[in-house]
Ligand binder design. Structure first.
Ligand SMILES: [Zn+2]
Length: 143
């Protein structure tokens, strides 16, 4: 990690020292750790520090840590359950589609049976009419 000298703008390649400093704890028990790098300019010999990065940390009580881990585990279990549920839902949807098709088929079959019995009924009526008609005709011939 390179840095520019604040005095002469020379680019310095390597720090002579890197260390971490921890910031103050806040009310939530969090603090920031900053990495500080100290450079010495090889042209003008100016020493200057650069904050190389910071990380946020949180101090947690052991009991709280157990709780946090438990919550994370519960979260994973829940996520797995949600995944399982959505898979089940998909299966159910497919099954529902099948049932719908079966029902539609049954409905059509029922309709066909209805039509058949109606046709049968109409044929019987027709035969009855034909019968009556032929009787009328034969009556007329007799007269
Ligand atoms: Zn310099």
């Amino acid at each position: 990690m390179t840095a520019n000298c604040p005095s002469c703008q020379n680019e310095v390649q390597q720090p002579i020292k890197v260390w971490s400093i921890a910031g103050e704890l806040d009310q939530k028990g969090s603090f920031t750790e900053k990495r500080v790098a100290l450079y010495r300019c090889d042209r003008c010999q100016t020493k200057f520090p650069i904050v190389a990065g910071s990380k946020r940390f949180r101090i947690v009580h052991e009991a709280e840590l157990v709780l946090l881990k438990k919550k994370a585990a519960e979260g994973e279990v829940l996520a797995a359950k949600v995944k399982e549920m959505s898979e089940k839902i998909q299966l159910l949807m497919a099954e529902l589609e099948n049932v719908k098709q079966t029902l539609e088929l049954e409905r059509l079959q029922n309709k066909r049976d209805e039509l058949r019995s109606e046709v049968k009924h109409l044929r019987e009526l027709k035969e009855g009419f034909q019968q009556e008609l032929s009787e009328l005709r034969s009556d007329r011939w007799k007269k």
